[in-house]
Structure formats: structure tokens, C-alpha cells
Design a protein around this ligand. Structure first.
Ligand code: FEO
Ligand code: CA
Ligand code: CA
Ligand code: CA
Length: 600
């Protein structure tokens, strides 16, 4: 539980300096171990990982590739046991298979890649006295892949936009892909955002109907983006043959890890976007508010406010009720206005003593009432159109174009909502939107963190930039008003999380400051607000994801280690975590204090 407001208490570790080591570098006095890596057994009967002998049948039973979000859900009644839930976001085939020919997979390679996607649920046990976690290969575990059946709920379900020859009813979708960040719900499930789904589809150029084409363009479907070429072996990924299949991805999905046989859900009432994540705030009266970002340049921030109240308790009836709570409510998109537009010249420089701050409002796009009746709030669009082509509805609503909204999460104690805006190299370039108060830099390489003070179930909020990231010595950076000579440099924030003291933790993706990516703690409240300290860095070519910060351990996902230019499985640029001349393997790592004391 988070008990503090984030005054910097607990941030007394020695900051890790920027570096380019091929290692997870942690502060003095801490220890680490790999919890699970790509290919490790998950389902009973899984073979040992052998990079030279991969099969889809083996991969379906093993931990998938490129772990992004991670969550730990305690197993009720069993001390020191958890479900570790983890997104397996995407594959880079040239790092998975030796001798791989880019964009030219064999059928075996394509099907291994499909099986390496999705979500993993794996039971882990905690070692007493340390932060170490060990996976248990057992019946509780589950691999969800690009082929696992999901139920589509909400206004998109059954609509003309999602019906296919294989699913004429438009309610049963095979697989989840592009699962980036996510969140845990108070009722014990995991939410996961389907992010870069257009990269899995071929044949967009063969679609000639102008309306269908415009919709594909709005979601950046392009033939060249189809890196995986699954459509050669599974026709549903070829839009020239199945033009609706692409409309069946891009949702917030929900998994109940307590029941490995449950059918996971795609909730279309939360809209369709390159959802990075969805995270939950529950108001005093039990209304559920889900926040979500759409991670592409100039895309939007959304929230969903439930019409029903959450049911407490862990009974099967409560779970059944809560699994439907994200199906009925109102979907909104954010419009942000600056208090002080004169500060904004696109340089990101802030006059001394001032803040980037302003007000905002949530504009409704779609409402589903408690009887399930959906109403579009956008003229000229049906409820199903809003649910499936949400970006176009948000365009009409006049939403504010943001610098790639990545993870967004409400603070469990203060309720303030933090969103990482990772970067936007195109802002202010020819024909594109120019800097505004909340996105104050043109050609923004380093990103910023925005803090929303939201009337959660209401339609108004205020906002302030907490960090304008980048080199602290540069005039265009801002660290919450804290002394910039005393902070760790941070760049390209991606995931956000909170420690038990209420400090914000940020993992980065794409550090533009000549260091490997890392994980940072940031004080939010009091005189230390804006103090930023790097807790760890990840190996060469990796991105830091999925952080979990508890009093026992820091858990971090090391995604795509060794993903550097010109590297491949034949020519690895990283040998982490196995060392020697091994190929790098995406892994989950636990870090804890050596002296046995708790806390970070
Ligand atoms: Fe998968 Fe937006 O990062
Ligand atoms: Ca991300
Ligand atoms: Ca998060
Ligand atoms: Ca990212």
C-alpha cells in the first residue's frame, strides 16, 4: 500500500550514474537476480529453451518475448506467493532466430513469433529475507498468445466493423498483440493496452473504399509497417482478404489471473487506440475511473468513468460484476489549455519562478448506460463508430494533441494523475502542430511528465508539468523547481509507478542523453518536489519497463536488450543476462537491499 505523498522519503540510495554498460547497474548495497527470461518454462511440460530448436508448441509453454508491463497480484491465503502478470509486447525476429532474413519468416518462425506475444501469468514465490522471486511451473500459470480467444464487449461488439468470415457475430477475437503497459484493478485483474497493432497487418494498400482507407490511415496502417509478415501464413492478418481484422485490435484487455480457463475480455467502451495502458482510480462512492494514453505523436489522453459502482470482496459474484464494470460508462478525451501562453515559444524555456500549468476539460465521446444502451456523443458517428474509430471521434471533439502519451497512472494516496509524454520529434515541423503550454518544445527529444489534478468522475481538471526532461544543464529542462545541479538526468519517460512512500518512479525508453535507459525515483511533494534520482540502468539497447516498487523489492522488465543498429542473434551487441557470447534475452529482474532491511 502507498501511505505517503512522495516527499522523497525512501530515496536515500546512491544514484546510479549514466552509463553504457552491458549490465543491470544498481546502487551500492543492493542485490539483483533474474526472475524469468524469454523462453523459460511457464506451463508444465515446457521444454528447456533452445534458441536453435524453437517451435510454436514450445513457445506457447514458455515465457514470451519483450516483457513490458509487470504486475504482482498476491495469491489469497498463501503468504509469499503471487501471480506475476506480464505483457509480451512484440517480437524482433532477427534477435530471436539465427540466420533470420528480415521480413521473410518461415512458417515456423512466424508461428513462434505469434506464440511469443501476448500475456504471461506465472506463479512466483518470494524468498524470505531477500527480494528474490522464483517462478513455479504449475497449473496456475497461463500463456495468452496471438491466438487465444477473447470476448469483445461494449459498443464495438457485433458491429459491422468487427465482423469477419471466421467470426460472423463479431464478438470472439483470436489473440492480443502489442501489449505494452497496463495496470492492476482493485478487484484483482490485470488490464493491458494493445498498442502497436497496425504493425502486424499486410494489405492496407489493397483497400480501396475511401472511408475504409481513411480509417486505416488514421491508425497508421501501412504495408511497410508489417514487420512480422504473419499474413502469409494466417490470412486474417492480410487486410486485402480480411479488411475488418485490424479493427479487432487496439483495445484495453482484461485478464483474470485467478482462473486460467477464463476467457479474457476486450473492452471497446474504452475506445480503440494505440493504448499504452489503463489504470484505475476508484472514487469514494465506488465509481471506477480508468485513465489511458494513446501512444503516437500528436495523440490524446482518455478517461472512462463507470456508471456502475465497484463491488467489494473476492466472491465469484463480485468478480463477475466487476469484470463488466468497464463496459458501462462514459468515455472522455482531454482538452488542455495553458494559463500562461506567453511562456510558450516552442523553446521549452520557462521564466524563473514560473510553471507550465493550466486547466483542462474532459469532452465526452460515448456513453453506455446501465442497461447497456450506447449513445454517441459525437455528431455524425454511431456508438460503434466511436468505439472502433475513437481517434476520429476525438479529432471532432477538439482534443489536445500530446507528445506521445505513454503510461498514465493515478497516485493511490493523492489521486493526482501522472502521465509520461515520452517525446515528439515532429512537433513544430512542417505541417505539424506547434508547441503549446503542455507540450512546450518543438522537436521534443526528451519528453515531459504532466500531473493532472482531476475531478475524477467529473469533467474538469487542472494540470502542471512536473518534469520537462533532458539535460539538467540545458535551459529547456525543468525538474519540478528542484535544484537542477542535484538531479539525475532523465530522458524519454515511458512507464510510471509509485513506491510505498508515494514517490513517483519512472522508467525510460530511448534515452537521448547518451546513456542506457534507466529507472528513476522522483519526489512529488514538499521542498524536494522534482528531486530525481536514477535507481538503475538496463543493458545496452534495452528499454526499462514495468516497474513495481514495493517495500520488499524493485521489479523491472528489461525489454529488448541488445536491440542496437546492425546487431542480430548472429551478431549480438549484448550478452545479457547469460553472459559469454550468448544472445540477449528479455527478462524480468528483482532488486533488493542486501542488508535485509526493507524499503527502497
Ligand atoms: Fe510500447 Fe508506447 O511503448
Ligand atoms: Ca511503453
Ligand atoms: Ca504504470
Ligand atoms: Ca515507449
Amino acid at each position: 500500500p502507498v501511505t505517503g505523498t512522495g516527499t522523497g522519503t525512501g530515496m536515500d540510495f546512491t544514484a546510479v550514474a549514466p552509463n553504457t554498460q552491458d549490465a543491470v547497474v544498481i546502487p551500492d548495497g543492493y542485490e539483483q537476480s533474474v526472475v524469468i527470461r524469454w523462453g523459460d518454462p511457464v506451463i508444465p511440460g515446457a521444454p528447456r529453451f533452445d534458441i536453435a530448436a524453437q517451435t510454436p508448441e514450445a513457445q506457447e509453454k514458455q515465457f514470451g518475448f519483450n516483457n513490458d508491463f509487470a504486475g504482482l497480484i498476491p495469491i489469497e491465503g498463501e503468504a509469499a506467493r503471487f501471480y506475476l502478470v506480464c505483457n509480451q509486447e512484440y517480437t524482433t525476429e532477427e534477435f530471436m532466430f539465427t540466420g533470420y532474413e528480415p521480413k521473410n519468416p518461415t512458417e515456423n518462425q512466424a508461428r513462434v513469433s505469434m506464440a511469443a506475444h501476448g500475456i504471461t501469468v506465472v506463479e512466483v514465490t518470494a524468498e524470505s529475507g531477500t527480494g528474490k522471486l522464483t517462478p513455479v511451473v504449475g497449473e496456475r500459470n497461463r500463456r495468452i498468445t496471438a491466438s487465444t480467444p477473447f470476448t469483445l464487449t461494449g459498443p464495438a461488439a457485433g458491429s459491422e466493423f468487427v465482423r469477419t468470415s471466421a467470426d460472423p457475430a463479431g464478438t470472439r477475437i483470436l489473440g492480443t498483440i502489442g501489449n505494452c503497459s497496463g495496470g492492476l484493478t482493485p478487484w484483482g485483474t490485470m488490464l493491458s493496452g494493445e498498442e502497436n497493432f497496425p504493425n502486424y497487418f499486410s494489405g492496407a494498400s489493397a483497400v480501396t473504399d475511401p472511408t475504409a482507407k481513411e480509417r486505416l490511415n488514421r491508425y497508421s496502417f501501412e504495408d511497410d509497417a508489417d514487420y512480422h509478415q504473419w499474413g502469409r501464413y494466417e490470412e486474417r492478418f492480410d487486410l486485402s482478404k480480411n479488411p475488418n481484422e485490424g479493427n479487432r485490435f487496439g483495445y484495453i484487455v482484461e485478464v483474470d489471473p485467478h482462473d486460467p480457463s477464463s476467457t479474457p475480455i476486450k473492452h471497446s467502451a474504452l475506445g480503440r487506440a494505440k493504448h499504452e495502458s489503463a489504470t484505475i482510480h476508484v472514487t469514494d462512492d465506488g465509481t471506477v475511473v480508468a485513465y489511458s494514453g494513446d501512444d503516437e505523436r500528436f495523440e490524446y489522453i482518455y478517461k472512462f468513468v463507470s456508471s456502475r459502482k465497484v463491488r467489494s470482496g473476492t466472491s465469484a459474484a463480485a468478480m463477475r460484476s466487476n469484470l463488466r464494470i468497464l463496459d458501462e460508462g462514459t468515455l472522455y478525451v482531454a482538452v488542455l489549455t495553458g494559463d500562461t501562453p506567453r511562456q510558450v515559444d516552442g523553446s521549452g524555456e520557462l521564466p524563473a519562478g514560473q510553471k507550465f500549468a493550466g486547466t483542462g476539460r474532459w469532452v465526452p465521446l460515448l456513453t453506455v448506460d446501465e442497461s447497456g444502451r450506447a449513445t454517441s456523443r459525437i455528431e455524425g458517428m454511431s456508438p460503434a463508430e466511436v468505439a472502433v474509430f475513437t481517434r476520429m471521434a476525438a479529432d471532432k471533439a477538439g482534443a489536445t494533441k500530446m507528445d506521445r502519451p505513454e503510461d498514465i497512472e493515478p497516485h493511490p494516496k493523492t489521486g493526482k494523475v501522472y502521465c509520461a509524454l515520452t517525446n515528439n520529434s515532429k512537433r513544430g515541423t512542417t505541417g505539424e502542430a506547434v508547441a503549446d503550454a503542455a507540450n512546450p518544445r518543438n522537436e521534443n527529444k526528451n519528453g515531459q511528465i504532466i500531473e493532472l489534478t482531476d475531478d475524477h468522475a467529473g469533467t474538469d481538471f487542472t494540470w502542471e508539468l512536473l518534469l520537462v526532461c533532458g539535460d539538467p544543464a540545458a535551459a529547456d529542462t525543468y525538474y519540478g523547481g528542484f535544484d537542477k545541479t542535484k538531479v539525475s538526468p532523465i530522458s524519454c519517460p515511458d512507464n510510471v509507478a509509485f513506491d510505498p512512500h508515494g514517490n513517483l518512479w519512472i522508467s525510460t525508453d530511448g534515452n537521448a542523453l547518451e546513456s542506457n535507459d534507466g529507472l528513476f525515483a522522483v519526489a512529488l511533494d514538499g521542498p524536494n518536489r522534482g528531486e530525481t534520482k536514477q535507481f538503475l540502468t538496463v543493458p545496452k539497447g534495452a528499454e526499462t519497463c514495468g516497474p513495481i516498487i514495493t517495500s520488499e523489492r524493485v521489479l523491472v522488465c528489461v525489454q529488448h536488450p541488445g536491440e542496437t543498429d546492425d546487431a542480430s542473434a548472429d551478431n549480438p551487441s549484448s550478452n545479457w543476462p547469460d553472459g559469454g557470447s550468448s544472445q540477449p534475452r528479455p527478462s524480468v529482474v528483482a532488486v533488493w537491499k542486501k542488508d535485509g532491511s526493507i524499503g527502497v
